[in-house]
Design a protein around this ligand. Structure first.
Ligand SMILES: Cc1ncc(COP(=O)(O)OP(=O)(O)O)c(N)n1
Ligand SMILES: Cc1nc(C(=O)O)sc1CCOP(=O)(O)O
Length: 701
């Protein structure tokens, strides 16, 4: 058994104690686990004399050999030598690694336990073949565990050994069917991920060890490259340089099954961004190609029956290998042939990213209201509707959805971003949408920990290159744009690899405005007056476009530009909200309530709230509707305002407080708003739990 080829994906560590095994026969249980798909076995016996241990090891080795699975002995080099099995696993307090290597020789496997980055570094430098990284979660199986690492601690260790690509890694401690995928995906870094999970009780104590092993094997094989969780938009954008650099350094294989029109262009784009393209439309080749751990693009631009069969074969092969697939349903709504092809492909497997223009995404959703003409990209939806469509689709399909257009919308079902980079020349050349798919494929291949960030990175790389190319003096139209575009894709990745990130200053990414939209829809339903201000409009920009449909003139009582940080400026302060204690002018009256949403909680929101409180008003701060460029400012500002007498609450809580009674006529409308925005609210609130708000604001970088 060649040690380099050992599969560590489902690593069984045995335990023959009755509290784990019950009355069952030890060998029968291990053999059932092997039948279920265990790929490596460690004999771990903490008691008993050496003679008995050698006997057990010898018998177990006969079994594991039949399944061509390596047997390793926990702690005991002497026993491994006596039975001539494949190797040992040693802990930090056991025989030293150099001594074990001296006794076992270069061909035997030596695994070493690591619970810190230092221990891991030392073990890999000392020549360990694999690391057992633990303890991940608390466990009943081992009493003297040191640190509970969680997936993040495992990730730190993987990070620490990123320059040792040959050493293999498994995690151990409390791993089971429930948490296996989470650990595998959350611990992955851009450079490496775990090679497997090591379990004791999840198999040894399972009522059906064969099925338990089978399920664990399927979880590790289908290790998805996506993580659903909420991070601030800034986190997504801050990963972009590392993503572009990772493509440059890792040269991932981008396997394109694409239409005849763009094959050559797609290969050139892949090379320009640093990927390694292969244009293979033969489904049977996928089985070999997916082993390179790159990614697959299925672009159904010139689909026919034969092509469809090939796509299905390739999709299944990549899914089996857990390697990402980017799907471009070109022209999906145009003909019944394409609609059927779309259905076949969606039923055949899992797509990590679905990318299309508005009509194509509508076809994926199953909306046949628009008859698509060819592969055109006409638009009937508002930005808000597009954002909602990609978000809902991403949530139901548990994938990343990209809707391209003048603005691109990207969502993982929780985080929804709008990107407004690019240049009209992209719409004047053939294959620009298709080759964006190629660019995305390279990014998701190197950035498994966050597919959304990978997709955003790819879009920014692609669209900013287009902007820079279009602004060059030598570009006079779409024809001269193409070579300049390829050059700029190349320049961006070269510059990024040298740390020059000036290109990224052009990024225009917005978190789709979540809470403020909800609050405005609510204000519309209940006819609550709205006051709008902007801070130095000419320099910092107008109120964001997404909010405009929710700002009818009948409700907007003031829309002012200001330089003062507080919104409490004339005529708001003089006519609408006069100082209650001294003013005799008509105002909303004592006890009138004002809810505040908006940006820079520690500046404008704070100053406005303090002024209104001083003037005698009851002030609600909608915590999930305020933000700051520096997220650490938000909780400090909210604390201060709470102490000053403001009510700090959530959008939903405020809305129900305003209504007071489900008997009111508008109640049904409000419930609909709450339901429509449930996903947004969840995402924003998860951000808040992390200590800050990223909702209700527009952040530009
Ligand atoms: C795969 C794997 N990883 C870690 C351990 C723990 O080994 P060790 O540190 O020697 O502790 P004991 O379990 O032997 O007390 C392991 N056995 N296997
Ligand atoms: C053998 C072992 N080593 C650990 C470490 O942290 O190094 S935890 C552990 C026991 C793992 O058992 P279970 O999968 O039943 O939780």
């Amino acid at each position: 058994m060649e040690k380099k080829k050992v599969d560590y994906s489902v690593y069984l560590v045995t335990d023959s104690r009755p509290e784990v095994l019950g009355q069952r026969d030890f060998y029968t249980v291990v053999e059932a686990a092997l039948k279920g798909g265990v790929t490596c076995v460690q004999l771990r016996e903490k008691t008993g004399d050496t003679g008995a241990l050698i006997q057990t090891a010898r018998r177990l080795h006969e079994i594991t050999q039949r399944y061509q699975v390596p047997l390793l002995i926990n702690d005991r080099v002497d026993v491994a030598l006596a039975v001539n099995c494949e190797g040992v696993h040693i802990g930090q307090d056991d025989m030293s690694l150099p001594e074990a290597r001296r006794l076992l020789g270069p061909d035997k496997i030596i695994g070493v336990s690591a619970s810190t980055p230092d221990e891991a570094r030392e073990a890999v430098k000392g020549g360990a073949d694999y690391l057992g990284i633990g303890t991940v979660y608390s466990t009943q199986t081992k009493s003297n565990t040191k640190h509970i690492l969680g997936p993040e601690g495992v990730r730190d260790i993987l990070e620490a050994i990123s320059s040792f690509p040959k050493v293999r890694t498994v995690c151990i401690g409390g791993i089971n069917e429930e948490n296996a995928q989470e650990v595998l995906s959350k611990s992955a870094t851009s450079k490496r991920k775990l090679d497997g999970i090591a379990v004791v009780s999840a198999v040894m104590a399972a009522s059906n060890p064969l099925d338990a092993a089978k399920r664990l094997a399927s979880l590790t094989t289908f290790q998805s490259s996506k993580i659903i969780g909420t991070r601030a938009m800034q986190d997504v954008v801050s990963s972009v340089p590392a993503i572009v650099k990772a493509v440059h350094e890792q040269t991932p294989l981008s396997h394109n099954m694409t239409n005849l029109v763009v094959q050559n262009f797609a290969a050139n784009i892949a090379l320009a961004i640093g990927a390694s393209p292969i244009m293979s439309n033969h489904g049977d080749e996928a089985e070999d190609l997916c082993k390179h751990k790159g990614s697959l693009v299925i672009n159904m631009g010139t689909v026919d029956d034969k092509a469809l069969g090939n796509y299905v074969k390739a999709l299944k092969a990549y899914n089996r290998a857990g390697v990402p697939v980017v799907f471009d349903p070109v022209g999906a709504g145009a003909t019944s042939v394409r609609r059927n092809a779309l259905k076949t492909l969606l039923d055949a497997g899992y797509m990590d990213v679905v990318k299309g223009n508005e009509n194509e995404i509508k076809a994926v959703v199953g909306d046949s209201s628009t008859q698509q003409r060819g592969v055109d990209s006409s638009s009937t939806l508002t930005d808000q509707e597009k954002a909602t469509m990609v978000e809902n689709l991403a949530r139901t399909k548990e994938t990343i959805v990209v809707m391209t257009g003048v603005s691109d919308f990207v969502s993982d079902g929780t985080r929804t971003l709008q990107i407004t980079n690019g240049h009209p020349y992209l719409a004047s050349i053939t294959g620009s949408g298709c080759t964006l798919g190629t660019t995305i494929s390279a990014a998701v291949a190197v950035w498994p920990e966050d597919n959304l960030a990978a997709v955003v990175g790819a879009i920014l790389h692609y669209e900013i290159a287009a902007e820079i190319a279009a602004s060059r003096n030598d570009v006079r139209g779409p024809g001269t744009f193409i070579p300049a575009f390829i050059d700029e894709l190349y320049n961006i990745r070269q510059n990024t690899s040298k740390g020059d990130l000036r290109w990224l200053q052009r990024a225009r990414v917005m978190d789709v405005v979540l809470t403020t939209t909800k609050i405005l829809r609510f204000a519309n339903a209940l006819k609550i007056p709205i006051y709008v201000t902007t801070q130095n409009r000419t320099r910092l920009g107008d109120t964001v476009a997404e909010l405009k449909p929710h700002l009818p003139s009948s409700l907007v009582k003031a829309d002012l530009d200001k330089t003062r940080f507080s919104m409490y400026i004339p005529p708001i302060s003089t006519e609408h909200f006069p100082f209650l204690a001294s003013s005799s002018s008509p105002g909303p009256g004592k006890g009138a309530e004002v809810a505040i949403v908006g940006i820079e909680s520690h500046i404008c929101v704070t100053q406005t709230a303090l002024d209104l409180l001083e003037a005698g008003y009851k002030v609600y701060i909608i915590a999930d509707g305020v933000s700051s460029c520096n997220s650490a400012e938000v909780p400090i500002a909210l604390d201060r305002l709470r102490q000053a007498g403001a009510v700090v609450t959530t959008s939903e809580s405020w809305m129900y407080e305003c209504m007071g009674d489900s008997g009111i006529g508008e109640f049904k409308d409000v419930v609909k708003i709450v339901k429509d925005t449930m996903g947004d609210t969840k995402g924003v609130m998860e951000g808040l739990v992390g200590g800050y708000s990223n909702g209700g604001r527009v952040s530009k970088i």
